[in-house]
Design a protein around this ligand. Structure first.
Ligand code: GAL
Length: 560
């Protein structure tokens, strides 16, 4: 079991490093993520490399039995780099070119940035690839930066040519006949920069897909330079609505799936959600909790201390689900800089603090933990990053549609009821599960539709699913033969309604024509709200947690 966190010794005088390793040993830390943001320390000026400090840190850690997860520092180019290559600085959707002074200010499509990234990876591989402290490589940090510059425009067009083949197909798939958006030349196509009014939704979705592939190419270029060292290569996934990463695709390319977990609200439920996603993305490969906060919860307005024992509780949620380690951001809280108030395993007040005591106790607990069998979930929930992105488009019939909540609701209810949950891609093999839940899966490919239709076990699909193809073109007619129904109309709700079983429906409703299915629960006007067709169920509204839990219990007990 790996235990440790991001370690940033370049922020501290060297005598502190000796305190660090002594404290790490006390806390049973055995892995640190080193060098995530150390581009300017490694290469302070265009022609100058400074390896001495890193050589000494690696040796010191090794002498103390601590392994290293060595990062390529490409997530934060230094000021000199942006000055030398201004075309590598991020451009926002409204055309502003950002400047250095923060982090993540790069354009993943800029040739100079790509060259520099490859150079950093190969220099580190050559110098440290054989170091005995090296356990794994950590490429970059939390991929997710959007850029809209001309480099991106060129790369986007190349990606679109490969995806759509010719302009006529692209025009058709993007429905550019609407609002006179027809393209007559590839050069006319832009990344979704600021527009006068609603942008084209298919273009917006393709741009996220492109960014995911483009960043993945940046990752695999570095991975391929690092792999010959024989150590696994990973990158830490961030989880947020802005993150254009198709996790299923990326999980195939990393040697080890790594996730960061910064829960808010009900921390145990949130952590279980992220851990179940990570385990599912890994698909049997190892995975690791790469970052979490030490002893605090970051909420939008304030950082809250967590109650005693809470840190161990959420960590063990990950471990129970198969994480091969528990890592934090960061080892020692920084004295200054933009994240000086972010917590550390060693807080500003030092080791004589509740946080460090809990960290040290957790180190003991993890070291003594016997291996646990991997969970074997019977229920799966469909997770599709593309559906999340599609429900973030503007111009939808309701602003209250929330993909994440639609997915989280059944997950948290199953978690509360003590079930393990797997997430699946809609085109994956669904046969291992007794029940497959498909929440608000707006776009669906023909292959996914056929996959669901071929399923013999129970399926529960919820509202505003399978409404469009993968290009966001509506599947006309509204027929869902596998569910024995046709959706005639979508009717978002302004106010909750009471259903025939006395429970409350909110957010959304649909007019459903029964074509073989039976109505299990109805709206106040007697029309179907929840339908059943053999083993397939369709829920056209949002239920309260209580009612949804009751439905899930019945489906799992097969008692309907
Ligand atoms: C993560 C990030 C870290 C640090 C941390 C703060 O998302 O990867 O570098 O910023 O948040 O909690």
């Amino acid at each position: 079991m790996y235990y440790g966190g991001d370690y940033n010794p370049e922020q501290w005088p060297e005598h502190v490093w000796h305190d660090d390793v002594a404290l790490m040993r006390r806390a049973r830390v055995n892995l640190v993520t080193l060098g995530v943001f150390s581009w300017s320390s490694l290469r302070p000026a265009p022609g100058r490399w400074e390896f001495g400090w890193l050589d000494r840190v690696l040796d010191l850690l090794h002498d103390n039995g601590i392994q290293v997860n060595l990062a390529t520092p490409t997530a934060s180019p230094p000021p000199w780099f942006g000055r030398l290559h201004p075309d590598t600085l991020t451009v926002t959707a409204d055309g502003a070119r950002l400047t250095h002074g923060s982090r993540d200010t790069y354009c993943v499509s800029a040739p100079a940035y790509r060259d520099a990234s490859r150079e950093l990876a190969s220099v580190l591989a050559e110098r440290y690839g054989g170091h005995p402290a090296l356990a794994m490589w950590h490429v970059h940090n939390e991929y997710g930066t959007w850029c809209h510059c001309d480099h991106v425009a060129g790369a986007f067009r190349r990606w679109l040519r490969a995806r759509h083949g010719d302009l006529a197909t692209l025009n058709e798939r993007w429905t550019t006949a609407f609002w006179s958006q027809g393209y007559s030349d590839w050069e006319e196509i832009q990344p979704p920069r600021a527009t006068q009014w609603l942008p084209n939704p298919s273009q917006a979705l393709d741009f996220r897909r492109f960014l995911s592939d483009e960043m993945l190419a940046h990752f695999t270029e570095q991975r391929d330079l690092l792999r010959p060292t024989g150590r696994p290569v990973t990158t830490n996934f961030a989880f947020g609505s802005w993150v254009p990463v198709d996790h299923w695709k990326w999980a195939r390319e990393v040697d080890l799936v790594a996730v960061d977990d910064y829960p808010t609200g009900d921390l145990a439920e949130e952590s279980a959600f992220v851990a179940d996603l990570a385990r599912s993305w890994a698909g049997g490969k190892p995975w690791i909790l790469m970052e979490q906060a030490a002893g605090v919860e970051y909420t939008p307005r304030r950082t809250l201390p967590r109650p005693p024992g809470d840190l161990a509780r959420t960590t063990l949620i990950h471990v129970e689900r198969g994480s091969i380690g528990a890592m934090f951001f960061q080892w020692r809280a920084s004295r200054g800089g933009a994240e000086q108030w972010y917590h550390g395993m060693v807080p500003h007040a030092g080791p004589d603090t509740r946080t460090f005591r809990e960290i040290a106790a957790l180190g003991e607990t993890l070291a003594a933990l016997p291996p646990r069998p991997a969970p074997r979930p019977e229920v799966s929930v469909v997770w599709d990053d593309e559906a999340w992105w599609a429900l973030q488009n503007r111009g939808l019939p309701s602003r209250d549609l929330d993909y994440l909540e639609a997915v989280k609701q059944p997950h948290r209810l199953l978690h509360r009821a003590g079930h393990h949950v797997a997430f699946v891609h809609p085109e994956h093999d669904l046969s291992p599960y007794r029940l497959v839940i498909v929440p608000s899966l707006l776009p669906i490919s023909d292959a996914a539709l056929a996959n669901l239709a071929a399923r013999r076990g129970a399926v529960l699909m919820s509202f505003f699913s399978a409404v469009t193809d993968e290009h966001l073109r509506v599947r006309l007619g509204g027929r869902l033969p596998a569910f024995g129904i046709t959706i005639k109309e979508h009717r978002p709700l302004a106010e909750p309604l009471t259903l025939s079983d006395g429970t409350e429906a909110s957010l959304w409703s649909e007019e459903i024509a029964l074509e073989g299915a039976e109505a299990v629960v109805t709206y106040p006007d007697g029309s179907p709200a929840l339908t059943r067709f053999g083993n397939t169920w369709y829920l056209s509204t949002r239920l309260t947690d209580k009612a949804y839990e009751c439905l899930l219990t019945c489906l799992l007990r097969r008692s309907y």
